[in-house]
Design a protein around this ligand. Structure first.
Ligand code: OAD
Length: 252
């Protein structure tokens, strides 16, 4: 049996024997759906500086440029569908019911499309916008949006912005509180497709470990978490997660 096969079995054993499962996902879980990651090969931040598109300062300086970046992502995102990793995570939720929380840094909505419900989108959602005047947030599916998108209520001159969290902005307190509660309550944490460089998600493993949880990581490469995980599964999430799930359900 290969090392990875052993890790898959170990991951299935940890999840299968858990009472409460937390899943933390990053861009890698959507890579096989055609959504580019941020770092590593093909990553967005290799060709564009996040300071120019993912900060409030950038938006204040040049909202049209920031919107052209988000419009591109929305246009690409519209043709992306959940992959087997999203679907396996939604199936795990069905198994655990209320003893399950999915915390995602992704803004692409693919977990919801796959059927996930107990989900905390800590970085927001690219299909939602917020008015910079009245502060009201709403779903906006027009795609692409005009180069100068204005609030549907306030009108001309009242810029809307993507309802996502930019660098330097604080995360929604309620979401973060619920994420922390879930991480403290879980006895297994499954981390999928995140580089582990961006806080607060980077320290989810610390919170869960401190509370006694066992940790599984699925990634195509080593991450800073490597030394702390109980089962490290190397490979694509869309291939590895269904294999773990079928071991748990006994259908594999
Ligand atoms: P990153 O782009 O930093 O990392 C993606 C991770 O997914 C890497 O560790 C890859 O090795 C891994 N990966 C790629 N393809 C995979 C696959 N098919 N299966 C499994 N793993 C795969 O993305 P995040 O960690 O999500 O924030 O980045 C965190 C935050 O930084 C993002 O939410 C975004 C970004 O800047 C903001 O924009 C505020």
């Amino acid at each position: 049996m290969s090392d990875n096969e052993t890790s898959i079995l170990c991951a299935a054993e940890i999840i299968g024997n858990s009472r409460y499962l937390c899943v933390s996902t990053g861009a890698g879980v959507s890579a096989e759906s055609g959504v580019p990651t941020f770092r590593g090969a093909g990553g967005k931040w290799n060709t564009i500086d996040p300071e120019d598109v993912a900060t409030y300062e950038a938006f204040s300086r040049d909202p049209e440029f920031v919107w052209s970046f988000y419009n591109d992502r929305r246009v690409n995102g519209a043709s992306c569908r959940p992959n087997p990793a999203h679907i396996a995570i939604a199936q795990l939720e069905k198994r655990f019911g209320d003893n399950f929380t999915l915390i995602t840094q992704n803004v692409d909505n693919l977990h919801r499309e796959a059927g996930s419900e107990r989900i905390l989108e800590i970085h927001g959602n690219i299909w939602r916008v917020r008015c910079t005047c009245c502060n009201i947030e709403y779903e906006e599916r027009t795609n692409p949006l005009p180069a100068r998108p204005y609030c549907k209520t306030c009108g001309e001159g009242a810029w809307i912005r993507p309802a996502v969290v930019w660098f330097g902005e604080t995360l929604d307190f309620d979401l973060l509180y619920r994420a922390n509660k879930a991480l403290e309550s879980c006895d297994a944490l499954l981390i999928v497709g995140t580089s582990g460089y961006v806080y607060p998600a980077a320290e989810f493993i610390v919170i869960a470990k401190r509370s006694g949880a066992r940790v599984i990581e699925i990634n195509v490469e080593e991450t800073p978490n490597a030394g702390f995980v109980d089962a490290k599964v190397l490979g694509k999430a869309g291939e590895m997660l269904p294999r773990i799930l079928s071991r748990i359900t006994g259908e594999g």
